[in-house]
Design a protein around this ligand. Structure first.
Ligand code: 5GP
Ligand code: ZN
Length: 135
């Protein structure tokens, strides 16, 4: 993908603050971080989103995320940590190259990564369940 900025960063054509690299992934610091240490796991091959990612590579991404998250927790002494992965504009994805956010959290960091809960009825939940599983 010639025009993809994350392809260029992941493959070292554009410099980045790299905190981990192997043959399949580069992990960089986000340049608009939610918090100190906010990092992005980038596969070196281009896949637009979760649905395009091969299962094995996705499993590898989770392993890399765990390793880097542990390093961040040790070194930056965060109080918590969110893994976030956006798919599609509606879900907040702005760069259409799969990436996994690692967002360290600190008490009173002022960020709001959670959602507003809604209150569906028991019947509505069953209907959704049936729609998904095809019952
Ligand atoms: P998304 O909203 O697609 O899930 O996340 C994209 C993230 O990439 C944002 O948090 C944004 O700050 C970050 N980002 C966008 N362009 C660049 C860049 O050129 N370098 C770095 N390091 N981060 C970027
Ligand atoms: Zn790409």
């Amino acid at each position: 993908m010639d025009s993809c900025i994350f392809c260029k960063i992941a493959n070292g054509e554009i410099p980045s603050n790299t905190i981990y690299e192997d043959d399949k992934f580069r992990v960089i610091l986000d340049n608009g971080p939610a918090t100190k240490g906010h990092a992005l796991v980038l596969p070196k091959e281009h896949y637009a989103n979760l649905f395009e990612m091969p299962e094995e590579l996705l499993a590898d991404a989770a392993k890399v995320a765990k390793k880097v998250a542990s390093d961040i927790k040790d070194k930056l002494s965060c109080d918590g940590l969110n893994l976030v992965q956006n798919n599609g504009e509606t879900a907040g994805q702005t760069v259409m190259h799969f990436h996994l956010h690692i967002i360290p959290r600190y008490k009173n960091d002022g960020q709001h990564i959670l959602w507003n809960p809604t209150s569906p009825s028991a019947e509505e939940l069953v209907e959704v369940k049936n729609t998904i599983v095809g019952a």
